[in-house]
Design a protein. Structure first.
Length: 349
């Protein structure tokens, strides 16, 4: 990295505002090529290598830079483990798309947003809002004039959706039906571990959305914790839509996508106003993206293998899954917002 980082930052997206060091109020800039963006499953610390060029700069200096106006980013929000990385990779192969998958800076801002009015917040509410706007502007940079940034957020970044979806923004909301979501999580050791790590925070978030705790974590079975997680993320997205009627939102069931990928990939591209020919669609869906694990492309993971694992998880956990679905229906009976959100996606099946 050279002293001309200011010039590089204003030219294109090669310098990613990667992380913020809160104690020193510095931003880590990482040097990425367009191909680096295309390959990265996550834009967080997992892309660190000895070869990655990076440099810390004061946030204040970054704020002083004047950037050309760029289109507002397009967004993919999701409830977790519903094919968002796969859709991002497929859409990211369109020439007019620069796909950013789970930028760490947005995750940090989400965490601060939860305490922005509290004494322990590192920033004042005014500073938080200004820096959220700056972050969006920084992440809007692309490599080509006709290229739009498409951000695939982490699931819990959906809490920021009402603040990010300002005006006529294009967004895709990805979900899966509960009866498919529970076995999806139970089928993988890693997804179960992640669910346990996030369950407490998700119950806290769900409680904030509902105004009252729907359950106590220690009383929930494994399958019920998965169902609660599904409810948290679903209600978060549903409330975001209700609060942002001017946003151009497409809800998509990942199971429907897998049953007819040609139709749904074309629909997603059209929703975002990107041209995707029939030939290009066929090439993408018959290529390596669809036959590998999107979060770790070095591993094979086809739709057929996924279906086999789901069938096994459904069979092995049938009683617990049925009980978790009944539990969720009871929660819907007690909380109108839950019932409304579940009815919303049911009408789209």
């Amino acid at each position: 990295m050279t002293d001309s980082w200011q010039n590089q930052f204003t030219q294109d997206a090669r310098l990613l505002p990667h992380l913020v060091d809160l104690p020193t109020d510095q931003v880590l800039l990482s040097h990425l090529t367009e191909d680096d963006y295309r390959k990265a499953s996550f834009l967080d610390q997992r892309i660190f290598t000895p070869q990655l060029r990076r440099q810390l700069v004061p946030w204040s200096q970054l704020s002083e830079l004047t950037l050309e106006d760029r289109p507002t980013p397009q967004y993919i929000f999701h409830i977790g483990h519903v094919g968002s990385t796969l859709l991002s990779r497929l859409l990211g192969e369109i020439d007019t798309v620069l796909a950013l998958r789970e930028p760490q800076l947005l995750r940090t801002l989400t965490e601060i947003s939860q305490i922005q009015d509290e004494p322990e917040s590192p920033w004042s509410p005014e500073t938080y809002q200004r820096r959220l706007d700056e972050t969006v502007r920084w992440l809007s940079r692309s490599f080509h004039p006709d290229q739009k940034v498409m951000i695939k957020a982490s699931s819990f970044v959906s809490e920021l959706a009402p603040q990010l979806l300002v005006g006529p923004v294009d967004a895709l909301f990805l979900y899966a039906p509960l009866d498919r979501y529970i076995p999806t999580i139970l089928a993988g050791e890693t997804s179960v571990q992640e669910m346990h790590m996030m369950a407490g925070n998700r119950l806290k978030r769900l409680t904030q959305h509902l105004g009252k705790a729907p359950a106590r974590l220690w009383e929930l079975s494994l399958a019920q914790r998965v169902a609660m997680s599904w409810l948290c993320e679903l209600v978060t997205l549903f409330r975001a839509q209700k609060n942002k009627p001017s946003t151009n939102i497409l809800w998509m069931d990942f199971e429907s996508f897998l049953s007819n990928p040609e139709e749904y990939l074309s629909r997603a591209a059209g929703h975002f106003s990107h041209k995707l020919s029939t030939q290009k669609t066929t090439e993408l869906l018959s290529g390596p993206i669809m036959s590998s694990y999107s979060k770790a492309p070095e591993h094979d993971y086809s739709p057929n293998l996924r279906q086999q694992l789901l069938l096994e998880a459904t069979r092995d956990n049938a009683v617990d899954i049925a009980a978790a679905i009944r539990w969720t229906e009871n929660i819907a009976g007690d909380f109108p917002l839950v019932a409304e959100a579940m009815q919303w996606i049911e009408t789209r099946r």
